[in-house]
Design a protein. Sequence first.
Length: 254
Amino acid sequence: MKKILIRVLIVGAVLLILGVIAVGLFLDGAIKKGVETFGPQFTRVSIRLDSVKVSMLSGSGSVKGLLVGNPDGFKTAQAISVGTASLGLRPGSLLSDKIVIKHIQVDAPEITFEGGLTENNLSKILDNVTAAAGGTDDKSTEPKAAGPRKKLQVDDFLIKGAKMNLSLTGMGGNVIPVPLPDIHLSNLGAGPDGITAAELTKLVFKEILAAATKAASSDAVKILNKEATDAMKDVGGKATETLKGATELFKKKK
């Protein structure tokens, strides 16, 4: 009897482990599919995600290979590229109406800023997300994008070590790398109602655009001014050499 009980317990433990693994695999696939399906509805740009892994037991997870495309009309390959990001969530909240995410950390993303200081690829994406979230920042009468019904709560959101590829109008397609300060958000959706995925995306994009615009209007402008000054010096030097050559030729003819 004792041996039978032990065997039953072992079989039960194995089935439990297999069940957790199966649910974890299903959850990872569901998250990936959700990001690639609903993300483009919010942003109106292409979104690709290589992989997501979330542990049902510990709540820890990782995201790899996130690419956020650009709106139509922009030349650069993508708006945002994320190699890796880590997260931690409350496992029990996965079965509730509001998923509680303890922290999200995005490491060294590449953010492309293409266009002018007021109209650019990032501001266009933010406009699209604002319309999808039904925010007051947008005057569009278009209907909200469909999305997952679960609400979210993010206690801590950190974007660390970001680099911006700056391509301002008038630069002829050239890109200047500009470092961005860390972006830190907290208590997102902390109320009882939480926030939707579109609202979370809007808040994050708003902070990214603010940081990118500030960097574009300060350090990058100094770099552009220096390049323009150097270019004028080069032009001036070439003009002087041309004038000198013409003078020497005139003397010889005399």
